[in-house]
Design a protein around this ligand. Structure first.
Ligand code: ATP
Ligand code: MG
Length: 554
């Protein structure tokens, strides 16, 4: 698969269709719908569909319904319904009507009887294996079921008995009578209803027969007068069936259009597999920050703005492609760079003692929370005689272009003085445990002449530092194209063993008072989002993304 990062943003093909439908008067206004099955949490792929459906309606002054496709009671749950509503709201979209396919079960049932009455549906007693075997192959036509010519009265009688619970799961199904030799396999007498003695999250035990996706979706669209029913490409083969039901039942004509689903590098986006990762505890729940779920990336610190920017950039097309996850990360940085408050936090500390600093003295600095607004809000940063710097910001034998701290070298401490390294202290094994430095009082920012040195590093006062827990996340999978893994290979073999590393961090005190509600920037390190797991004694920050990478948006 080709890795693409961006598409031209002219009118996309859906906008073209909508504009032409509006111009010709085919529709007066548009209505779209987002139709999740409540059998899992929403992921980034769904975000693309949400942005598209809600975005188009907004663009053309139309409406979007939220419709839960809840025809499979054994997998569905109100927990998922609630999370889906929460996620759409978080993204910033408002639906018009909240509907459930199950709201229409009575109507769908009537339509099934209607088809039976027209001689266009029959009860089949074959087993599922027989049905799929007799469906034939693309090259060979199917074999009609021995029950295909059952008369209307008998079909009606048995179908009602199915509804009344007279038969066990799998004993009978209702099928449409279309064309057993159609080149489109889905038209070879598709199943309309199956028996399932299962309690439904909304209709309880009222039903023991449930309609299939194909017999549900188009009709629900029709009832709700959905003008543009947008779904992913793999449904294009379903479209003739979608149209067949609408035409045969003589109901309001909604239309289906297909677009390419979102595939992202290093990311799995199948609810079935995400559910497995959760159930088998490869991750810590649906909202584990390594998950591509919306609750997962939210907990990681991604913002709705960044996700929408990403969906805007990738556009819509009719060709499947693998999008680079770095484009999404770029959007996250783009958004947070503008909005995130800045703090200093040292991850792998090295002690520095300022030997000429007056014992016990603290100087406080007013530092901007966001350098883009130097006159905006600030935080107070304490400077003292004992500070912590990153181990990597000191090198005993540095290469030529190392502009941070080195023996007898100078470096600027961000927001404050230039210090000079005079002495290295080691433990008995020879490891460096401390640096003894002196500060140059004349280099205080805002006082006297400005003397500059090449390097500036971040630091925290050891006396005031707050210990925090840092959860450093990496990609959950090691393979870029997860979709290319053959079915007989276990995708779990590609789990990245280092996808989560937990470390301590030492932060300036103001960090703990941050009330922004979005991720913050640890200067020179990256963006971090305060985890809801945080307690008074253990404040946890999830790494949202690094500050930059080599990625360039074309
Ligand atoms: P999954 O394969 O992850 O289980 P699904 O298609 O079964 O997804 P639904 O709840 O039926 O999940 O999806 C709701 C809507 O979101 C559908 O219209 C579907 O086409 C769309 N959608 C699902 N995955 C993607 C994706 N990766 N990219 C774009 N749209 C998607
Ligand atoms: Mg689906």
């Amino acid at each position: 698969m080709e890795v693409k990062t961006q598409e031209n943003k002219n009118l996309n093909f859906l906008e073209e269709i909508i504009e032409s439908d509006l111009a010709s008067g085919k529709v007066e206004s548009i209505t779209t719908r987002f139709p999740p099955e409540p059998n899992g949490y929403l992921h980034l792929g769904h975000a693309k569909s949400i942005c598209l459906n809600f975005g188009l309606a907004k663009e053309y002054g139309g409406k979007t319904n939220l419709r839960f496709d809840d025809t499979n009671p054994s997998k569905e749950d109100t927990e998922y319904v609630d999370s889906i509503k929460e996620d759409i709201t978080w993204l910033g979209f408002k639906w018009d009507k909240e509907k459930y396919a199950s709201d229409y079960f009575d109507q769908l049932y009537e339509w099934a009887e209607d088809l039976i009455g027209k001689g266009l549906a029959y009860v089949d007693d074959q087993t599922h294996e027989e049905i799929s075997k007799n469906r034939g192959t693309v090259e060979t036509p199917g074999t009609p079921s021995p029950y295909r010519e059952r008369n209307i009265e008998e079909n009606l009688k048995i179908f009602r008995e199915m509804k009344d619970g007279k038969y066990a799961d799998g004993e009978k199904v209702l099928r449409a009578k279309i064309d057993m030799s159609s080149p489109n396999m889905l038209l070879r007498d598709p199943i309309l209803y199956r028996i399932k003695h299962a309690s439904h999250h909304r209709t309880g035990d009222k039903w023991c027969i449930y309609p299939m996706y194909d017999f549900t979706h188009g009709q629900c669209d029709s009832i709700e007068h959905i003008t543009h029913s947008i779904c992913t490409l793999e449904f294009d083969v379903h479209r003739p069936l979608y149209d067949w039901f609408i035409k045969t039942l003589g109901i309001w004509p909604s239309h289906q259009y297909e677009f390419a689903r979102l595939n992202l590098t290093y990311t799995l986006m199948s609810k079935r597999r995400l559910l497995e990762l959760v159930q088998k505890k490869y991750v810590n729940g649906w909202d584990d920050p390594r998950m591509p779920t919306l609750c997962g990336v939210r907990r990681k610190g991604y913002t709705p703005e960044a996700i929408k920017m990403f969906c805007e950039k990738i556009g819509v097309s009719k060709h499947e492609q693998l999008m680079d996850i770095q484009l999404l990360e770029w959007c996250v940085r783009q958004d947070l760079n503008e909005r995130a408050n800045r703090y200093m936090c040292v991850q792998k500390p090295l002690k520095v003692t300022i030997t000429n600093w007056e014992k016990g003295k603290t100087e406080w600095y007013d530092c901007p929370l966001n350098p883009a607004e130097p006159d905006g809000k600030s935080r107070k940063v304490p400077f003292t005689g004992n500070i912590l710097i990153e181990q990597e910001d000191f090198m005993e034998e540095p290469p030529k272009k190392f502009f941070r701290l080195k023996p007898d070298g100078e470096v600027r401490l961000k927001y404050t003085y230039i210090i000079k390294c005079n002495e290295i202290i080691r433990d008995t094994d020879g490891n460096i445990t401390e640096l003894r430095c002196t500060y140059d009082p004349s280099t205080k920012p805002g006082s006297g002449e400005w003397r500059s040195v090449k390097g500036t590093i971040h630091w925290v006062s050891a006396e005031y530092a707050k210990e925090v827990e840092l959860r450093l996340y990496d990609r959950l999978f090691t393979e870029a194209d997860m979709g290319s893994i053959p079915e007989d290979k276990d995708y779990k073999e590609y789990l990245n063993p280092d996808s989560l590393i937990v470390e301590k961090g030492y932060a300036e005190p103001a960090l703990l008072d941050d009330k922004s509600g979005i991720a913050v920037q640890f200067e020179r390190k990256g963006y971090f989002f305060r985890d809801p797991d945080s307690t008074v004694d253990n404040v946890v920050f999830n790494k949202t993304t690094a500050l930059k990478d080599s990625y360039k948006v074309k």
